[in-house]
Design a protein around this ligand. Structure first.
Ligand code: GLA
Length: 376
C-alpha cells in the first residue's frame, strides 16, 4: 500500500445568503463555500516535534505531540486545539508534521477564516494519518475546538459549509438534524459582492456568546410554561408574544428576531428557486434591519453601507453577514452596475470613515479539497 506523506489542503471561506445567528438556535441557514481559501501544506516528518508556520499572520512555532496543552497565544490554539481533540480526547495516532499555512481569506471579516483553518487542518491530518473520521465527526471536532479552545460558542453553519460546499450551489441546511439540500446559486443578471468594512470583529469576545445565552434564557422561560420546545426557532411568534411582558425587553427582541429570521430563510430558499431575486433581496434587507434593531449585532459602518444601497434600484439586496460587530456586508448587485456602484460606495465610505473599503468578489466553489503531492 502506498503511504501519503505530503499533501496540500485547500479550505474555503463561506458566505451566508440569509439565516444569521440561528444555527445555534436550531434554524435553517443558506450558506455556500467560496473561492477564497486557506492553503495548508502538510508533510510527515520523523519524531514528535511539529513545525507550524503561517505566512498570513507571520508567525511560527513548534510543538511536541506528547505535550499538547493550551497556549497563551490565541492563534496557536487553533493548531493545539485540533491536536488535543485528536490525540487526547479521541486517542488517535497522529504522526509529526510540518505545516505551512497561506491564505487569501481576510481574517475577522465574517467569512469564517477560523473554521476554515480548523476544518482544513483536521481534514488534512485525517487524510495523512488515515484516521477514518466521518464528515459529521469532523464538524463536531471543529465545533468542540471553537467552544473549548477558542472560546466561541458558535453553531455548525461554518464547519458544515466548508466540509460540504459545492461549486455553484447554496446549501439549505437544517441545523437541528443536519438535513440539507443544494440550491442553484445562479443569480444572473445579479452578482454577489462582499463589502468589507475593515472593522475587525473578534467573535470570541463576549458579545457573540452573550447572544447565545440570551436565546437560551428566552427558551428556558417559554419552556417553564410549555415544556415542549427543543429550539427557539420552533416557538411560534404567537406563543412568544404571550411572554412579551414577562421577558426582559432585550430577551424578547432577540427571540423575535430568531423566529422571524428562520421564516425568512425558508422563504428565501423558495424565492431563489423560483428566480424571484428581487423578493429575495427584500428579505435580505429585512434580515439586516432585524440584526440591527432586534438582535443588535450590527455597527455604524455596516449600517452605512446597507443604507447607501437603498438609493440604487440595481442593488436589490444588502445585509450584514456572519457574526456581526464589523466584517462584511453581502450584496446582490446588477452586473452592469457593479463597477459604477463600487466607485460610488468606496468614495462615500472613505469620505465618511476615512477607511478604504475592501471589495471582495466571490464565486461559489467546492468545500475542502486535498491534493496529494507525494506517496512513499
Ligand atoms: C459565526 C458563527 C456561526 C454563526 C454566525 C452567525 O460565523 O461561527 O456559527 O452563528 O456567526 O450566523
Amino acid at each position: 500500500m502506498k503511504i501519503k506523506n505530503n499533501i496540500t489542503v485547500e479550505s474555503p471561506g463561506r458566505i451566508n445568503l440569509i439565516g444569521e445567528h440561528i444555527d445555534y438556535n436550531g434554524g435553517f441557514v443558506l450558506p455556500a463555500s467560496i473561492d477564497k481559501k486557506i492553503t495548508i501544506k502538510l508533510n510527515i516528518i520523523p519524531g514528535d516535534i511539529c513545525f507550524i508556520e503561517s505566512r498570513t499572520v507571520k508567525k511560527n512555532f513548534k510543538l511536541n505531540l506528547k505535550k499538547i496543552s493550551k497556549s497563551k497565544i490565541q492563534w496557536e490554539n487553533y493548531i493545539l486545539g485540533v491536536l488535543h481533540k485528536l490525540i487526547i480526547s479521541k486517542k488517535l495516532k497522529v504522526k509529526a508534521f510540518n505545516c505551512k499555512i497561506e491564505s487569501n481569506l481576510p481574517i475577522g471579516a465574517g467569512i469564517s477564516s477560523s473554521s476554515s483553518l480548523l476544518c482544513g487542518l483536521i481534514i488534512g491530518l485525517n487524510n495523512l494519518n488515515d484516521l477514518k473520521l466521518s464528515s459529521d465527526e469532523i464538524i463536531d471536532i471543529v465545533s468542540d475546538v471553537e467552544h473549548t479552545f477558542i472560546g466561541l460558542k458558535g453553531g455548525i453553519m461554518d464547519q458544515f459549509t466548508i466540509v460540504h460546499g459545492k461549486k455553484n450551489k447554496l446549501i439549505l441546511l437544517n441545523c437541528q438534524n443536519r438535513n440539507f439540500k443544494y440550491i442553484s446559486s445562479n443569480f444572473s443578471p445579479y452578482k454577489i459582492v462582499l463589502l468589507n468594512t475593515k472593522v475587525e470583529h473578534n467573535l470570541a469576545d463576549s458579545s457573540y456568546n452573550n447572544r447565545v445565552e440570551e436565546c437560551n434564557e428566552a427558551l428556558k422561560i417559554i419552556n417553564k410554561k410549555y415544556k415542549k420546545y427543543n429550539y427557539l426557532v420552533d416557538v411560534e411568534e404567537k406563543i412568544l408574544n404571550e411572554f412579551k411582558n414577562t421577558l426582559k425587553e432585550k430577551i424578547y427582541k432577540r427571540a423575535l428576531f430568531v423566529i422571524q429570521e428562520n421564516k425568512r430563510t425558508l422563504d428565501s430558499a423558495n424565492k431563489i428557486s423560483e428566480l424571484k431575486f428581487k423578493e429575495f433581496g427584500e428579505l435580505m434587507y429585512r434580515s439586516h434591519f432585524g440584526l440591527k434593531n432586534l438582535y443588535e449585532v450590527s455597527c455604524e459602518e455596516l449600517d452605512f453601507i446597507v443604507d447607501f444601497t437603498l438609493d440604487y434600484k440595481k442593488v436589490i439586496g444588502s445585509r450584514m453577514m456572519g457574526g456581526g460587530f464589523g466584517g462584511c456586508t453581502i450584496n446582490l448587485i446588477k452586473e452592469n452596475f457593479l463597477d459604477d456602484f463600487i466607485k460610488l460606495i468606496s468614495h462615500a465610505y472613505l469620505k465618511k470613515f476615512n477607511i478604504e473599503l475592501n471589495v471582495i468578489h466571490v464565486n461559489i466553489a467546492n468545500g475542502v479539497t486535498i491534493k496529494i503531492n507525494n506517496e512513499l
